[in-house]
Design a protein. Structure first.
Length: 461
């Protein structure tokens, strides 16, 4: 995140509310811009289909298939992407720039091979037309490519180009759907093909950016060299898997317990899924401000502490830096939690007022209200897990993420009834948040010992 960090420090360092507004706008663009593009694009396509009187089954198949593509592409690539993130960071730090592009193609091949397994199962078992299945699989694979590309664009400074790639791809998809509907074609196969084309273009544009930035060698013999890091960081695969599953586990549990079959191909819970969609919007402020906070407040103190450790700072200087780091860390966390709580309360109030106008039932509004608070707890837990990895607490992050998943699974089983919709995510996330906070406090209090005494005496090459 060096590029965005430099830009944010520059903007926040200038006086005046306009510069601060520009900084927040910039952070919004690079953090949630792609996500907003996708969400707005999906809404636009669904509205186009509704206004054009697209058959109900076709609309439901499109919505369900798109949800499956997003969910399963994210869950399947999460373990590989988290491990690759650490591998890329290590290579950037040690100056091994020539191995970055080969590692991208190696990790991408592994991710696509893993993603192909459920894709082939779907291809043979789903009772959809061959055209619809192929188009949906292409869309799903394009999303897998995009999730892996996101790991590498964090080392680049062309963030606006990245947001533009998503905007172009989603706009293309919306435009193609509009042309299809205007031409009288409402087939779900064509609708999936339009989405697949849009995300394929996005993946291609991001690939061009990565190639331009990292193309230093034509050597393809180092494609799988990054796998050597598995000996040092195997726990990251587990952490990535558990956190990826936690993101959608509650939704899949609802599909199984209270869902319905759409066209014999997808089991979904439409009322719950729509409530989830709107509830996720409530945590966007935290995703934005976390980047601002880390890059402008936390990271300078973090860097100061480790610079003193590496440059023979005195024990007094190092201890003072640790106390300042701890103070800033928990101060920013408290600020973040307070800010998100205010936004969540506002989202609940706004939902009660406005969601009935778009057809929400009283049960859906209750579910939405619970989900807003559930995602508040969920996103704070996820942020603290990320901070644990900042302090290289891979073992702690693995344990907390495993507890996170187990509690969510247990809660989903115990609270599977309709009247408890949304509550399982909160019940599973709240104890996990307390555990994550406790682990982070423990880690910062023992930072000296961990830094100086808990390292291996001999490093294996």
């Amino acid at each position: 995140m060096a590029g965005i960090g430099f830009q944010l420090k520059t903007l926040f360092g200038r006086e005046g509310i306009m510069h601060r507004m520009k900084a927040v706008a910039y952070a919004s663009l690079v953090t949630v811009g792609p996500m907003i593009c996708c969400m707005v694009g999906m809404i636009a396509i669904y509205l186009l289909m509704a206004f054009a009187d697209t058959p109900y089954l076709e609309r439901q198949l499109f919505q369900s298939g798109s949800s499956y593509a997003f969910a399963f592409s994210f869950m399947l690539t999460s373990p590989i992407s988290l491990f690759t993130t650490r591998s890329v960071s290590d290579r950037l730090y040690t100056g091994q720039y020539r191995s970055l592009l080969p590692s991208f193609y190696g990790s991408l091949q592994i991710a696509l091979a893993a993603a192909a397994v459920p894709a082939l199962v779907f291809l043979f078992l789903a009772p959809l037309s061959l055209g619809a299945k192929v188009a949906l699989i292409v869309m799903y694979m394009a999303l897998c490519v995009i999730w892996m590309e996101v790991v590498y664009i964090s080392a680049m400074k062309a963030y606006r180009n990245v947001a533009l790639a998503f905007l172009i791809g989603v706009s293309l998809a919306v435009g193609l759907v509009w042309l299809l509907i205007r031409g009288g074609s409402h087939s779900v196969a064509y609708l999936f093909a339009a989405m697949a084309a849009g995300f394929t273009v996005t993946a291609g544009l991001l690939l061009v950016q990565i190639e331009r930035f990292f193309r230093l060698t034509e050597d393809t013999s180092r494609v799988y060299e990054f796998l050597r890091d598995l000996r040092r960081h195997p726990s990251l695969l587990g952490t990535g898997l558990f956190t990826g599953l936690c993101m959608f586990e509650h939704q899949i549990a609802q599909w199984i317990a209270n869902g319905q079959w759409i066209g014999g191909s997808f089991r979904v819970s439409p009322l719950y899924d729509v409530a989830v969609y709107f509830a996720v919007l409530s945590v966007l402020p935290t995703l934005i401000w976390f980047v601002v906070s880390v890059e402008t407040t936390f990271y300078p103190k973090y860097r100061q502490y480790y610079d003193l450790v590496l440059t023979n700072g005195t024990i007094g200087e190092i201890d003072k830096a640790r106390r300042e780091l701890e103070k800033v860390l928990f101060s920013e966390l408290a600020k973040l939690m307070g800010m998100q709580l205010a936004f969540s309360i506002f989202a609940v109030a706004a939902g009660i007022k406005f969601l009935p106008y778009i057809g929400f039932t009283s049960l859906q509004i209750d579910t939405y209200n619970i989900l807003v608070m559930s995602f508040y707890v969920y996103v704070m837990t996820s942020i603290i897990l990320l901070l644990l990895l900042y302090f290289d607490d891979r073992r702690g992050a693995l344990a907390v993420s495993a507890v996170f998943l187990v509690l969510n699974l247990v809660s989903s089983v115990l609270l599977s009834a309709d009247k408890y919709q949304g509550l399982s995510l909160f019940a599973g996330s709240f104890p996990s948040l307390l555990a994550a906070l406790g682990r982070l406090l423990y880690r910062t209090k023992r930072l000296h010992y961990i830094t100086f005494s808990a390292q291996p005496l001999v490093v294996r090459q």
